[in-house]
Design a protein around this ligand. Sequence first.
Ligand code: GLC
Ligand code: GLC
Length: 640
Amino acid sequence: MVIQEIPPAHEDWQAPDEQLWRVWSTVAAWHGHHLQWPAFDARVRVHLAVLRDELKALYGHRDDFERFLVKLLGVAFDAWSVRTNELKALDLQREAEPHWFESQKMLGGVCYVDLFAGTFKGIEAQIPYFKELGLTYLHLMPPFLCPEPHSDGGYAVSSYRKTKPALGKIADLRQLAKKLRKEGISLVLDFVFNHTSDEHEWARGALAGDPRYDDFFYIFPDREQPDAYERTLREIFPDEHPGAFSQLPDGRWVWTTFHSYQWDLNYSNPAVFSAMAGEMLSIANLGVEFLRMDAVAFIWKQMGTPCENLPQAHKLLRAYNALARIAAPSLMFKSEAIVHPDDVVSYISPTECQISYNPLQMALLWNSLATREVNLLQQALEHRHNLPEGTAWVNYVRSHDDIGWTFADEDAIHFGIKGFDHRQFLNRFYVNRFEGSFARGVPFQDNPQNGDCRISGTAASLCGLEQRDSFAVARILLMYGVALSSGGIPLIYLGDEVGALNDPTYIKDPGKAGDSRWVHRPARNELRYSQRHDLKTDAGRIHAGLHELIVLRKRLSVLQGGRLAAFWTHNRSVLGYLREKGSSRLLVLGNFSEVEQTVDATVFGAMPDSAIDLISTIPFNLRKGVRLQPYQMLWLEFRG
Ligand code: GLC
Ligand code: GLC
């Protein structure tokens, strides 16, 4: 096709340059007659330049670049033209209120469909419970078709258009999204776009030598290139296979950052970008409001680099974001980058990922519990917490994944803490190889070659509930209390709110044995949920404490948004930060030790004389200093 020969579109538009004009007029000539065109067109005009610029940096050297762009917009238009009116109405609403997700009313929950409720219908039946808890955001772990028994919990996707049969049909998922939305709960699903499973038709095609899929994956005839790449790569799942490549039955080697059945997609091939754009928009059209962008750090590879956090990864994300603005405008991206804190924030912006896991806060919460010192967490809150406008952290205590100690060594050395040694200590502490530890975690991907290790465990087991430590409940509430008050969207791993413990029985399941993360992914425990209103039980105490904090949070407009000011308490075990909104202020203090702590009166010099703790409703005279019980958290509102 010769693009210039396409007649100009019916309507005039001052495109920023000729290339954009050519692309736009071609697309307009094809689709301009369509009823769905005008709203799409209006957004294309706004976002096309960004889309082109980001993609040009990746694929602009190719002769077929313009044709690729035209086809890509065709993919986007096709998705738009089948997007429901209901979702289009949501698009308009969200465009008008871009800060909606910064509300303190936001509360996230995450679970596996099968483990929590069996099927999509089962999840639907849990909506009253989600509302009771206060959820406005529900992340379901990947429900798409995947291999059996090994699928990395669904993170090896065989088709983005079909669900796992046991969970229900795609129509049930669409219905679920609708029902959730009606109840004020946004559905969150993963976009597992770094890799597909080896059973995806693209992978099968590539293996069989189908030329259409030749460059969809990184497949090499021998070890020459893999060896060269591996010189600068780190190992992610060394328990399963060393390095980053797996050998195919025919002797060739395929790039597999994670498991050998998860084949990394080759984004240097624009056809991969377009194909995945179609999959992304089809997931959006199910009614998904946040896409959790899985493994973002790994999506671009380049010889001689670690192949993590490369500048091109950001371009890919920004291009996908521009496409979402055009064809599914209410869709937001959540970054999953469990990497150095500088790299984590590099993915967060209104034009890339609007929200992101906060792995630094998560890891440092656990660090504070183990050391009874808040220095690293306090420093992170001061220097690494505040994000750009229009973005938010997702604050969590633990996820479905392992806990890795991803703090910055250069931050730690400030306190004389050596990163490597300290990580060794944390690992020992949390897997109960440290005398006096209350935690009952287990090692994950212990790599004796380089001393790397991460840990697994539920919040309750890591906080001491498993060994009936009398402070366990208070620890859990303190950890979640920080997630609920430090700014951003708090995310509860469902089960934690009733104190779910580790479940070692996963080793009997051939699909799970060998991956210790399953220890902290127990099935919904009916007994614990039935005890949630009984204060004589652990489940009841945890649930009541957490629920109180949730209700309080939703009521306090001062907790809206994400910004805080660190408040140094000059007590090594007491964390402090101030939240401000207009004229209201809230001072949060948390004691990370099992002994009573005092914060000296001098620290409150600039503050009013009195305050009331909104959690206990007890008043404090700040001129006398503040005493905190073991693991106590205070949300102090000033008086006078
Ligand atoms: C993400 C998921 C993790 C999975 C990996 C590979 O990090 O959170 O569970 O193993 O990606 O898809
Ligand atoms: C992914 C995995 C996580 C792993 C991390 C390593 O995020 O989900 O398990 O620790 O990569 O960077």
